[in-house]
Write a protein that binds this ligand. Structure first.
Ligand code: GTQ
Length: 360
């Protein structure tokens, strides 16, 4: 029927010439070639791939083991200085997305190292960053005039356009996981960046000021709405005891374990408009129920040992291993020892757009 109509329409339009029915494919192809020259294309040829029934991801589940990562990052320390590199980072590339500087479609992840005495010079950019500290103690990130001294398990925020530099006055290398929303910013083609003349910004606030100020249940009267947290360092020393207490009192989610979400104290929302973070303690022997959600998630094992089955693939993890769960892939955690997992994802961006969904 549709074919007859198409032939009839073609007859009507085609200078009275009669087109044989069997020629319809040739007619269509000729038409597609003609419209391509006018920068047009038929939706019906691509409908199923542009309007998919379920999320389709280009990413793979994958784990980076810290033994390998640390050795290679340390080796990079002999090849380039932090100052020369601007940021001495080895990118964690999703195995399906080599060359694209991304761990999921929306997020960048990398391991940054600052050696004793080094400075990573002050700059700012449209992309927001989080750091999760893996190794070392006593290096700092300076953000908007405040120095945040860092220790393993600390979660440090550098919001969009906030000036920041890193330094290490300690006598040990410091390594941390960086996660930035760079692919999201670049998807919108909205990237800006600038450098400052001084490598280190002037300190205008007391070290750790933002946590003691905004993390104490009080706010400056008249605090304006902020879609990013004013807290710079959510320390492990403060957050770990909370998940431990939850675990001990049995407040354990069947999928996620004893888990808290890092909150913006101004509005209770996520720490950044593009990325949210959680910390979970899993009791020894925990076997999580399967779960999936549309956000792509990067996990770090802060303590313990276990595995996560993602879409039939088992990712084994131990301290400081980083693993990635792609969007809408079913996953379930198993903790061989009592474990702590930090995670970060693009959930707030999806929620803002009304896209985020979860399921089992
Ligand atoms: O520390 O400012 O991993 O600008 C990538 C880009 C870290 C940073 C990265 C950056 C930074």
């Amino acid at each position: 029927m549709a074919r007859n109509l198409a032939v009839a329409a073609a007859k009507k339009a085609g200078n009275g010439k009669i087109s044989p029915k069997h020629n319809i494919e040739a007619m269509r192809n000729a038409f597609y070639e003609r419209i391509a020259k006018k920068d047009m294309a038929p939706l019906w040829k691509v409908m199923k791939s542009v309007v998919t029934k379920e999320p389709v991801t280009r990413c793979q589940p994958h784990v980076w083991h810290y033994d390998d990562v640390k050795a290679l990052v340390m080796e990079s320390g002999g090849l380039i200085t932090a100052e020369e590199a601007e940021r001495r980072v080895l990118i964690l590339e999703n195995p399906s997305l080599h060359g694209e500087s991304r761990v999921t479609n929306t997020l960048f992840a990398g391991i940054q190292m600052i050696l004793p005495g080094e400075v990573a010079p002050a700059h700012r950019h449209a992309a927001s960053a989080i750091r999760f500290v893996l190794d070392g103690e006593g290096a700092y990130t300076a953000v908007e005039g405040e120095k945040a001294f860092m220790a393993p398990g600390d979660f440090v925020i550098t919001a969009n356009w906030a000036p920041h530099d890193h330094g290490n006055p300690s006598n040990k290398p410091m390594l941390w996981l960086d996660v930035l929303d760079l692919p999201t910013v670049n998807f919108y083609e909205a990237s800006f960046a600038e450098h400052f003349d001084d490598a280190m910004q002037a300190t205008t606030r007391q070290d750790g000021d933002s946590l003691s100020f905004y993390g104490s249940g009080v706010l400056p009267d008249g605090t304006p709405a902020m879609n990013r947290t004013p807290v710079i360092n959510y320390t492990y020393a403060r957050t770990r005891p909370i998940v431990e207490r939850m675990m001990q009192t049995g407040d354990i989610d069947k999928r996620h374990g004893a888990r808290v979400r890092y909150a913006n104290p101004v509005n209770g929302g996520p720490v950044l408009p593009t990325m949210s973070a959680c910390l979970a303690m899993l009791p020894k022997g925990f076997v999580g129920e399967p779960y999936r959600s549309t956000d792509g998630i990067i996990f770090v094992c802060a303590e313990g040992e276990g595995s996560t089955e993602v879409d039939g693939k088992v990712l084994e993890w131990g301290p400081n291993d980083v693993f990635v769960v792609p969007p809408w892939k079913r996953y379930a955690h198993h903790a061989a020892k009592q474990s702590v997992l930090f995670s970060i994802s693009d959930r707030p961006a999806q929620e803002a757009l009304g896209l985020w969904r979860e399921g089992n």
